[in-house]
Design a protein around this ligand. Structure first.
Ligand SMILES: Cc1cc2nc3c(=O)[nH]c(=O)nc-3n(C[C@H](O)[C@H](O)[C@H](O)COP(=O)(O)O)c2cc1C
Length: 224
């Protein structure tokens, strides 16, 4: 598989099969992904890998916390800008509508939408999970480095025949995660990620997200 194929076939998967992935495979992906560039070679990423019972226990703890706090904890960072302007607002709306359309859940059925959204906190069934953190002292540049590390993981997963689901939804359970994994106070929980094999019989995995046309985000100056 070349890079273009890995990029073209990577997509966010929201239903996984229960098939387990060997610990060695996950470690290989992470070791290779850590070749990501970072400003000053700070390598500002940290990842907690949860396999088997360790993953199930986090899911169980969050399910328990949801009983008293169904919408989760106030995140430690703004997942989106507080006032999302155009064209971002429409993009966000469209992906949400497209996703719920694959599930046949109409806009009015808030309960069903929330129920599906809460599958985030089961890693959408992925038997392997990761939680990513970053030192609070890090700035925008280092968050971008962390993004490159995440991108590498998702592409390397494709090379192994695996799929991924990056999940900021886990930021809504930072206290539960911190407590469970003994995450030090200086680390902020950025996101989670499910990794495993896509269940391609699940309608939600038929979703193909849109992208803006090149001229919407590229400015070229080419002066001879
Ligand atoms: C950092 C990050 C966090 C995300 N968090 C979530 C999430 O919590 N739940 C979810 O269903 N999708 C999440 N996504 C997936 C995005 O919705 C998805 O990448 C986008 O709609 C484009 O679709 P694609 O990944 O299938 O190309 C996240 C993606 C990224 C990069």
């Amino acid at each position: 598989m070349n890079v273009s194929e890995a990029i073209a076939t990577r997509k966010t998967v929201r239903a996984f099969t229960p098939e387990r992935v060997a610990r060695g495979t996950i470690e290989e992906v992470l070791a290779k992904a850590a070749r990501a560039p970072s400003g000053g070679n700070l390598q500002p990423w940290k990842v907690y890998v949860l396999l088997g019972e360790a993953r199930d226990e986090l899911v169980r703890r969050v399910a328990e916390a949801r009983a008293t706090n169904p919408m989760g904890e106030a995140p430690e960072y703004h997942i989106y800008p507080p006032h999302l302007a155009e064209p971002y607002k429409t993009r966000r709306f469209r992906i949400g509508e497209a996703m719920y359309a694959t599930l046949n859940i109409p806009r009015e059925d808030k309960r069903a939408r929330l129920q599906f959204f809460s599958r985030n906190w089961e890693f959408f069934g992925a038997p392997q999970a990761m939680i990513f953190t970053i030192d609070r002292a890090m700035q925008q540049g280092q968050w971008s480095d962390l993004g490159m590390f995440l991108g590498n993981i998702m592409l390397l997963a494709r090379e192994q025949g695996l799929d991924t689901c990056p999940q900021e939804a886990w930021a809504l359970w930072h206290r539960v995660i911190r407590d469970y994994l003994s995450v030090p106070d200086n680390e902020m929980i950025f996101c989670g990620m499910g990794i495993g094999r896509a269940d391609m019989t699940a309608p939600v995995n038929s979703l193909v997200s849109e992208r803006a046309a090149l001229d919407e985000f590229v400015t070229v100056r080419d002066e001879a």
